[in-house]
Design a protein around this ligand. Sequence first.
Ligand code: 5RP
Length: 222
Amino acid sequence: MDQDAMKRAAAQAALDYIEPGSIIGIGTGSTANHFIDLLAGVKGRIEAAVASSQASARRLQEHGIPVLDLNEAGRLSLYVDGADEANDLLHLIKGGGGALTREKIVAGASDHFVCIADDTKLVDVLGKFPLPIEVIPMARELVAREVRALGGEPVLREGFVTDNGNVILDVHGLVIDEAVRLESLLNHIPGVVTNGLFAIRPADVLLLGTPDGVRRLTPQGG
Ligand code: 5RP
């Protein structure tokens, strides 16, 4: 089974978590796109969706799925999204698609976070995937210096502007063994909007597409 088929299988399994008649949050990326496409087949099950990016909102609307602003939706029962890396505590690195800030907002507004991914995303230690940080443009160099002092090597994502009008620094070379602490530390650098660590609010369930079917993981040893 190829990686894309494993993503789709994980997305399919996430449909079981939908409460009938609810408003759900939906993430961004190729795995989230599978979820949106599969949701289209059962769209009567939900009242509406809140999207974590303009791209996901467009895709939902193309399928005729009503999209609400988070401010109109209130608390959401479920958030479904992919990840770039996950560990066994279900701490995640996200933001490969640059939507990390809205993803963190919608995840934070949701009672239950179901992460969907193929099995290449499960790692022992987070950090091989460069950690994205969304930064207010005028603070780019300040944040880069502070990140270097923490041992990371920031690289500006060239030609990319987030849905919020900001830039992304992708931080290479971090070995992240204290994800909650690092997430908080990075958030306190002036000019940082969000970083791509989802550890303070990790996923509740990880549905992992594997060649042998979908594995369901919950946080271990935390
Ligand atoms: C976007 C994200 C995505 O969830 C992450 O990049 C995984 O993407 P994909 O499902 O395409 O592998 O955080 O900002």
